[in-house]
Ligand binder design. Sequence first.
Ligand SMILES: C[S@@+](CC[C@H](N)C(=O)[O-])C[C@H]1O[C@@H](n2cnc3c(N)ncnc32)[C@H](O)[C@@H]1O
Ligand SMILES: [Zn+2]
Length: 290
Amino acid sequence: MSKLNIKDNADIFKCPVCSGNMDVVDLRSLICFNGHNFDISRSGYVNFLTKPVKTEYDKALFHSRSLISRHGFFGPLIEAIVELIAGKEPADAGTHRRMVLDAGCGEGSHLDQIIGELDARARHEYVGVGMDISKEGIQIASRQYPNRIWCVGDLTHIPFNDGSFDVILNILSPSNYKEFSRLLAVTGILIKVIPGRDYLKEIREAFFDKTEKQTYSNERVYSHFCKNFELIGSRDVRYTTMLDEEMLRHLIKMTPLSWTATDLETEHAIASLKGGITADFTVLYGGKGN
Ligand SMILES: C[S@@+](CC[C@H](N)C(=O)[O-])C[C@H]1O[C@@H](n2cnc3c(N)ncnc32)[C@H](O)[C@@H]1O
Ligand SMILES: [Zn+2]
């Protein structure tokens, strides 16, 4: 299905080497008019990196993140994003498919859930495209969610044509505002999710016990967004979720906060985490301005 999705939407791709337009050949590769060739994998993703990149996110981390996400931990955040996108739809039903890029999509569960919800309730047809620099993340995404388009790529050279997207999502991931601005359609919106002050505060308390690592400020990220995009609005999404021990272990594994902890410290932390876990996000959304 994803290979067909790629063929149906071949016009959005741009060669990351020479910026040329690309065509799908035999559902096996994307080739630009200068002959730069990128294979479509068996599970249907395209790897646009010209050399492999090693990231700190491994397969086990993305697996844990995927389980936590499918358990519903991010549910209210996903709901807020869906409401925002549906609320900004053009009034007329139109024939235009709305293109959504998740830049830094990780293992892809957020994009899949968001497009699934939009398809169920919105007026327009939505196409979801996920990109991440981690091949491990994109491999999980393409196997689990074949109805979306997935590619391995870098935020510094996003392999899509100018103005290809109506919505860009950037969830808990680094940004490249110059590229986001290039890729967005004139009336498109950028939705950026940043962690709020209390995000996973119980985990931070359990691991850092009142040291300076415990506090987090998102002011710098907020002002960087406002410098580069015209802020339309922002929304705080905050809730508490109860997780059983198995899910707590996955939550701990998926968060960088605990990467430096010993096994003993992790066991102590789990024993101390009796109550709920706080999710706290700020959702910023804006347009390109003039
Ligand atoms: C904290 S994870 C968030 C992943 C996903 N959005 C989520 O919320 O589960 C940050 C992601 O940004 C990706 N990333 C970091 N630098 C990147 C780059 N230069 N280009 C593309 N993705 C990048 C990482 O590989 C990782 O998947
Ligand atoms: Zn090329």
